[in-house]
Ligand binder design. Structure first.
Ligand code: URA
Length: 246
């Protein structure tokens, strides 16, 4: 959000998913919008979109939802899909229901497969989203893979070669780093985000990924003890650390 930005109160609340502008006028008339402890009756006035606004405004008895420009760090659980429209449980179902009505809408920053767990970012900031997934930025992403078969020993060199070509593709993969944890477990750090990339890389060396979990994205790590399905908003200072070396 631009510094010094302002918005009409009814437009802001409507964009945050609280309801139509007409409904916001009715809510204000009923005393349902409170600013700095005083009921706000006129929602057609403009308000400064400062970071402290959610702490100063109470809507229907609860603090105002986060302003546009939010970034969510989630521990994506298994079995939910990174999609707005597919059938079945979606990552968005883990967020407050009202947030589905936000404009700009919240989207996942890239995707994790339904059967991949771990660190997932979601944001309504399109510029940030594009920077994080940009091939030019090439942020490292570290996955923990549990494999069906023991590692043979040559996989690290193949992945690091910069010459590996996945089935159905023409462009070689950028070099990736393999750290062996045990016979059937490894950490793999990639800087691209190709379709099912990690599973296809292990398939190409004759293995099969049985479980996949993302531990790191750029400078962010999944916080210890964060349960699957849990999430929190990133502070402004933490957002910059996405682009720092982790
Ligand atoms: N690679 C995969 O195969 N799946 C993911 O979800 C992420 C990376």
């Amino acid at each position: 959000m631009a510094k010094g930005a302002t918005s009409r109160v009814d437009r802001l609340l409507s964009a945050l998913g609280y309801g139509s502008r007409r409904e916001m006028a009715r809510l204000a008339a009923a005393g349902g919008i409170v600013l700095d402890g005083v009921a706000l009756r006129d929602v057609t006035g403009r308000i400064a979109l400062t970071p402290d606004l959610p702490a100063r405004m109470v809507v229907m008895g609860a603090p105002l939802d986060p302003l546009p420009g939010l970034v969510i760090l989630m521990h994506k659980p298994l079995g939910v899909t990174c999609s707005h429209k597919e059938e079945g449980p979606l990552v968005y179902d883990l967020l407050p229901r009202r947030w589905r009505g936000r404009d700009p809408m919240i989207s996942t920053v890239g995707r994790l497969d339904k059967q991949t767990s771990g660190l997932l970012l979601l944001t309504d900031d399109g510029d940030l989203l594009h920077r994080v997934i940009s091939p030019k930025v090439a942020l490292p992403k570290t996955y923990r893979a549990v494999l069906a078969r023991p590692l043979r020993g040559e996989e690290g060199a193949v992945f690091a070669s910069g010459q590996m070509i996945l089935e159905g593709e023409a462009k070689p993969l950028a070099p990736a780093v393999l750290e062996v944890v045990s016979e059937r477990e490894a950490l793999l750090t990639v800087t691209e985000g190709r379709y099912h990339q990690v599973r296809r890389m292990f398939a190409a060396v004759g293995n099969h990924v049985e479980a996949l979990h993302r531990e790191r994205l750029g400078g962010l790590r999944l916080p210890e003890g964060m349960e699957p399905g849990a999430w929190r908003l990133l502070e402004a200072a933490e957002i910059g650390t996405i682009f720092a070396e982790g």
